[in-house]
Structure formats: structure tokens, C-alpha cells
Design a protein around this ligand. Sequence first.
Ligand SMILES: [Zn+2]
Length: 255
Amino acid sequence: MEDTNISEITSTEKEITRAANIIKTRKRCVALTGAGISVESGIPPFRSKGGLWEKYDPTVYASIDVFRKDPSKYWTIRGEFIRNYNNYQPNPGHLALMELETMGLLRCVITQNIDGLHAKSGSKDILEIHGSLREIYCVNCKRQYIAPDIPAGTPPYCESCGGVLKPNTVLFGESLPATALKRAQEESEECGVMLVIGTSANVFPAAALPEIAHRSGAVLVEINLENAFPQAEVYINEKSGIALPEIIRRIKDII
Ligand SMILES: [Zn+2]
């Protein structure tokens, strides 16, 4: 039993060292993040057990068609999700990506998360392909609001014109933000390394990005508690809040 544990630790350590070498030596590293990276900040994935979609049917509560008829449904679950909005803080995984960017080793973060934690951690170049909860706008006059500074009420209405407010997040039935998605696809085609962190291969088009990167010649480094991408050359079976800071420590050790 003890031997098994030791060999597991060794294998993760070895993969972390390989990841550090790859990031240090190959150019154009980008990261793709999903719900898994925010779990360590206390945000359960929507699709998981105990997640929001277990309690509320997303095709009703997070659908653009329903929103147009009755926006209060969306604002009800949003209230539940962001009750602790200001308490959600970036964890060491988010901070490590910010540090990699500062070190000049990470071009951008492509994220499926709408929680805004990459921005909160200080990362600069973030492609939020499912939008962001922070940004809210009036569907009528387009006035912008920033969460949590929005008018009270379910749903809240614009202080300027009385129009209903909508989050800048992608609801079911809506298209993804074209500019962010286009750049995410270009970065995936042109990168030399893609870090795939806390995301599985089941929500498109994000799930296609690692395959695009792999086909275009990039090395995939996957950090996930379950191996979702068989194409990954390096697979680190560890929490990103532990693995990413460790990768940075080793990069700094490489002369
Ligand atoms: Zn307005």
C-alpha cells in the first residue's frame, strides 16, 4: 500500500517537472480553464452534484427565450448563485496563472467560467467565452452596470430608462461572444503549449479548443482530477491550486 502511494506521488511530481520544462522552453503558452479551477474557491460546478443545475432546470432558469418573457426566473437563481459573490476569492491556481503571465510565460487565459476570478486575481489578458457575471447591461439603452452595484429588485431595472437588466453571460440559446471566441480559436491554433485546467471535454465549443491546439502541433498539459484529454502529453492528477504554484516554483529553479 505504501509503495503504491509513493509511486503515485512520484509520478505526479515527475509530470509537474515535465510541465515546468515544457512551459519554460516552448513558446506561446495559453491556458484553458473550466469550473474545476474555481472549486477551490468554494464555487461548485453548475453541472456537478450539488451544483445549481441540480436544483434549477437550466433550460428554464438560464434560457434566453424564458428571459425575454420572464426575466425574474433568471434573477432568482442569480441571487442564489451570487449571494456570496464578494466572498468568492481567487485561489492559488488563479494566482499562479496571473504570475505566469507576469513572468512573460503565458499569453492569455481562455475561460469558460463566468465568476470573474481570473480578473480578480490580476490576470490581464482573459477571454471569457461564456461572458462574465460582473458585467450587467440594460437591454434597452445598453447602460453598463458592474456587479454588485446594480439596482435592487427581481428583476432589477435600469435607473436611466427603466429597461430590464441582463447579465453579460451567455444564456442557453444565445451565441457566444464572437470576438472572444474567434480569438480563443486563433490562440488555440497558434499556441505551442496549452494548459487545460479543470475542464472536461463535454461543453462545446470550448471542448474543441484542446483538439484544435493538438492538431496544430501544440503540446497539451492537462491538470484535472480525471483524465479527460487522451491527447495530453502531460497529465497532472492534482488540484490546480497545488499543481500550478508547484510548476512555477520549478520553472524558477530551471536556470
Ligand atoms: Zn436603460
